[in-house]
Design a protein. Structure first.
Length: 520
């Protein structure tokens, strides 16, 4: 008899995207509320969490993110859940994670020995470094899915957590027979650029002037013309693919400065290739337009201001429909037109943190009514004029993001909570904490540093996170360091200034250790 019969072959399940599959998924999600009420609160209850850190995004855009495969390490912060002594974790990645990286997180667990936590942790790999999403790789491997299912003791005490939820994650959930703590992919329109703008309008939230549901380049030219016609002073406009990532789906159009010409659609069309700056590296205007014609998107005005910030608010809707504000951040954006996410300060500026939290709460309420579930964030552009902050809602990220794992680590390490009304994070011991986090620390000279080297350097210079002080430095994306010279950093301090000092110190140390004088 062929061994294949015992594995989870596609023929055993409903066709992906079919009504039957959607109905099964709906039932799994509805039953999740019981698990959330009865099992989640009990730290001694037996439970299993299947972690799928797949960036299930457009492959062409994703391929432009350097070291994207190592972004799957960002959810290693969830290994902190092993501090609950009866919790099991199944963590799947495209390529194996170096054991020293896993040990790095395990050693942080309070009250649990390494031996006890490791026997409840199963790290699995597809051994596939291709640009295809991790979830697709898992679905292509019936034997791997069978191994995952064998490790699940009770499907009624198991759930899946993902970076984002698409049709692929829904199919995987159905084949494993477990719910996802995330949004039904049928609601993903709310997380597109057009869907975000429409929801903001319905909630009477301030947004930049713009046009949504554009289908092709002719729509772009028309929208650019209309924006300039409305505001003659407008210098730039932002074009966004419906489903971009970290700004790599954006492009900025600079209006021609020759004031002797009455701007027409034809002027815009003829100047478009010279006046457009695509954010994603190695993507020219022709490629970008082809992608836009496939995906669609929006055009909106570029918000200018002498005093301008890019805050965000992170929210969560639980399986009972209740929503909460998790955190606020001031995002650090880079690139020629400040479209690329580089990092974040937590919490957001006290002048407006409670204001954007209130806006986030109203959005969360509307999304909850629509049936959304899990973590999401709302990005803003904020401008200070005449001593007053004006906030423009930009987009909803209906998934985890670059601010998710730093906050989770902070919370796991300090057992604290963010107060949405005061804008402060207070640890269990009553101390205020801040952080600076980045996914984009990169330098050619860092190439060749292994995870072992990094840990040795940090320990030697006494920069490892100190649980007694509840301050110090944590790392992520460690697997990307040797090949790409890239890693992520979380710097926790008693003040924002202190957190920045930790960041400056670790940068200085890495510079010295690599015998270089500057960082790109």
């Amino acid at each position: 008899m062929s061994l294949q019969k015992k594995y989870l072959s596609p023929e055993q399940f409903p066709f992906p995207g079919s009504a039957e599959e959607k109905e099964i998924f709906k039932q799994l999600q509805e039953n999740f509320s019981h698990q959330f009420e009865k099992i989640f609160p009990d730290r001694l209850a037996q439970k299993t969490i299947v972690i799928i850190p797949s960036l299930t995004l457009d492959q062409q855009i994703l391929s432009k993110v350097k070291g994207h495969i190592y972004y799957e390490e960002r959810l290693l912060c969830l290994l902190m859940l092993l501090r609950m002594p009866e919790t099991r974790i199944i963590y799947i990645t495209s390529v194996p994670v170096d054991p020293v990286i896993v040990d790095y997180y395990i050693h942080l667990l309070p009250g649990i020995t390494g031996y006890h936590s490791r026997k409840r942790l199963n790290m699995l790999s597809c051994y596939d470094a291709s640009v295809k999403s991790l979830t697709e790789k898992i679905l292509d491997r019936p034997r791997l899915m069978y191994r995952i299912k064998e490790l699940i003791l009770d499907t009624n005490a198991t759930h899946m957590t993902c970076f984002n939820v698409t049709d692929y994650e829904r199919t995987l959930a159905v084949r494993l027979g477990i719910p996802i703590y995330g949004c039904n992919p049928d609601l993903l329109n709310f997380g597109t650029k057009s869907g975000s703008r429409l929801l903001f309008k319905n909630c009477n939230i301030n947004i930049p002037n713009g046009y949504e549901h554009l289908k092709n380049e002719d729509d772009i030219y028309r929208a650019l013309f209309l924006l300039k016609h409305k505001n003659a002073e407008l210098r730039k406009a932002v074009i966004k693919l419906e489903d971009g990532f970290s700004g790599d789906g954006n492009a900025v159009y600079n209006y021609p400065t020759n004031t002797n010409i009455d701007l027409t659609e034809e002027n815009i069309r003829s100047s478009f290739h010279t006046q457009l700056k695509v954010v994603a590296k190695d993507v020219n205007v022709a490629i970008y337009l082809k992608k836009f014609n496939e995906m669609g998107g929006i055009v909106e005005e570029f918000i200018d201001g002498k005093i301008k910030t890019s805050p965000s608010v992170q929210c969560r809707i639980n399986p009972l429909g209740d929503s909460e504000i998790i955190s606020t951040n001031d995002q650090l954006l880079g690139g020629e037109n400040e479209q690329v996410f580089l990092g974040a300060y937590f919490p957001a500026d006290a002048e407006y943190s409670s204001t954007i939290a209130a806006i986030g709460k109203s959005i969360a309420k509307e999304l909850s009514i629509q049936g959304a579930l899990g973590r999401f964030s709302v990005d803003f552009v904020s401008v200070k004029k005449e001593n007053k902050w004006i906030h423009y809602a930009i987009e909803i990220n209906l998934r985890k993001g670059g601010t998710t794992h730093p906050f989770l680590l902070l919370q796991f390490l300090t057992d604290g909570m963010y107060n949405e009304y005061t804008g402060e994070y207070i640890t269990a011991s009553g101390n205020i904490r801040f952080y600076f986090a980045s996914d984009n620390i990169e330098n050619e000279k860092f190439k060749g540093l292994s995870p072992h080297d990094l840990i040795d350097i940090v320990i030697h210079h006494e920069l490892l996170y100190d649980s007694t002080k509840q301050e110090g430095v944590m790392f992520h994306l460690i697997g990307a360091l040797s090949q790409y010279g890239k890693l992520g950093i979380l710097c926790i301090g008693s003040t924002r200034k202190r957190a920045i000092e930790y960041f400056e110190k670790i940068m200085m140390v890495l510079n010295e250790e690599c015998n270089i004088s500057s960082i790109k």
